[in-house]
Design a protein around this ligand. Sequence first.
Ligand code: 6R9
Length: 659
Amino acid sequence: MVASSEKNTVESILHEDRVFPPAADFSNNAHIKSLQDYEQLYEKAKSDPETFWAELAEQELHWFQKWDQVLDWKPPFAKWFVNGKINMSYNCLDRHLTTWRRNKAAIIWEGEPGDSRTLTYGELHREVCQFANVLKDMGVEKGDRVGIYMPMVPEAAIAMLACTRIGAPHSVVFGGFSAEALRDRLEDAEAKVVVTADGGFRKDKIVPLKSEVDKALENGASSVQKVIVIQRTKQDITMVSGRDYWWHDLQKDASPKCDAEVMDSEDPLFILYTSGSTGKPKGVVHTTGGYNLYTHMTTKWIFDLKDNDVYWCTADVGWITGHSYIVYGPLSNGATSLMYEGVPRPSNPGCFWDVVEKYGVNVFYTAPTAIRAFIKMGEELPQARDLSSLRLLGTVGEPINPEAWIWYHRVIGGEKCPIVDTWWQTETGGVMITPLPGATPTQPGSATRPFPGIIADVVDQNGNAVPDNTGGYLVIKHPWPSMLRTVYNNPERFQKTYWDPIPEVEGKPVYFAGDSARRDEKGYFWIMGRVDDVMNVSGHRLGSMELESALVSHPAVAEASVVGVPHEIKGEDIYAFVTLEDHYSPSNELNKELKQHVVSEIGAIARPGTIQFAEALPKTRSGKIVRRFLRQIAADQDIVGDKSTVVDPSVLDKLREKV
Ligand code: 6R9
């Protein structure tokens, strides 16, 4: 037998055959109504991508001037809608004002303490124009970078839209990051102005933001000349004269008239930093026309937005999901986008369901980590609220374990809502592989098929296509409008990270996503996790996702994270960290039972050598499990590397003590 590692592929071991076709009444009212419709669009886009995108760009967006060329592709550099002139803020705001949507809610916001605010398109436009003038008064010119370090308040979206209005690329830094992380990002982007708040509310505590900005600026980031501060928590902060200004002082005197700057389609729209497992964070650069089009189309077709929908994406605006699917995609479509400042917390574990009930949310988009937390908190919380307004659910951020999918479908969706499991990345700008809810039969754990215009494939290390149901590396074979254009100030890293790992396929470079996946005989994609998380056990290359899903399918397990540890005979052995459901406690019997459970779910090859019970797993602030530290703990090594992305680093020490 040839060991799969010699074939340079990844083995797939989990089998899932439950299928959920879309309900007829959902399909009849959907933008894309059937699998045939999807397939037609897919084939059309595949055979002539440029015409496909050009037609949509013409129909769906406002251009000040039409492009001369749809795509200029000089690998790895792409230009979309060459010489087209456009403005994102104009497409998100101005064009809705001449319609009935002027008085439609653009943003419905709910604060953690229970305060709330609704901004119509007319009101949002006014605030954005005023703040755009404020930025200009602060010396911000087209092309200058603006740092945004804010809690989840409407002003975060206002600041983003104001930047895009005047052509100043923003760089949003998640409000949970430390002063050092903020400083690194502001320095790399050479930001001229920072927009922040005195503080934010998170889990009933006040998170200091302004004082973190002060620290960041004391220790570097010398490009920053001005700081604009929203008053949110009213705690005491220091204001440096000549540098720091209150938002409300500046905003009240600012003119509400500000024409949207005519931007080139390829002018940078924003920079967003994403941390890899090694090295400093990469500044992912997105540009204007292609990103506007792709986030617009994906929002429309995947979330199937209707004019009377209340749409809620629970991400933070500090992540790409917040950029594309709280702010730009929904507003470009003229939708009502709900923003919530809070997160489930001991004082209010059911807060998400309160928000769904209060606003009659129709479309709800969240992350697997949140779903696993809901499961642990119990069905009683959602069941005590009226969730009947929901008609469509989505997930993003990690592979969703089939058991979590089924729970989401049953308990939150009342078995009537389609679930869109959307695979994508900061770098891709928008969703790449996903069901279209009225068209695609779904299967728990599969992101199903590529969005029209996306040519995805699974290949081995040499770039050769692998057979159906064999795991390999997920690649994208044709440029798409919202692809990252470069890594800010580092085109070499752009080339090296995304285009060099897989050799050319059929003479063409391919985009390497860094994820492993398999494709089944129906053409469905099953994402298996980050390539860095693949283990090699007795010559079998196994992804973390399937082993974890097997563990989570046991009733006692809340969350699981699996890594490889060096092993004399097998090469690597499987080491699992497991958190338990509330009414279970660790024991030797349970430990044995879980190992046996994995064997019966997957096979003897997958029997974990060790299972360690844990109180909590280390996660990034967007909820992804950080396996690289778990690998060090499992191998009994010192914990080394940048811990700043882990929400609660004390989790690591606790795990280490117990090894
Ligand atoms: C949007 C976002 C990207 C990485 C990606 C993959 C993982 C995201 C997923 C998923 C399986 C899904 N990921 N969605 N894995 N199924 N539906 O999360 O961007 O923060 O850049 O992370 O997240 O590993 O490569 P980002």
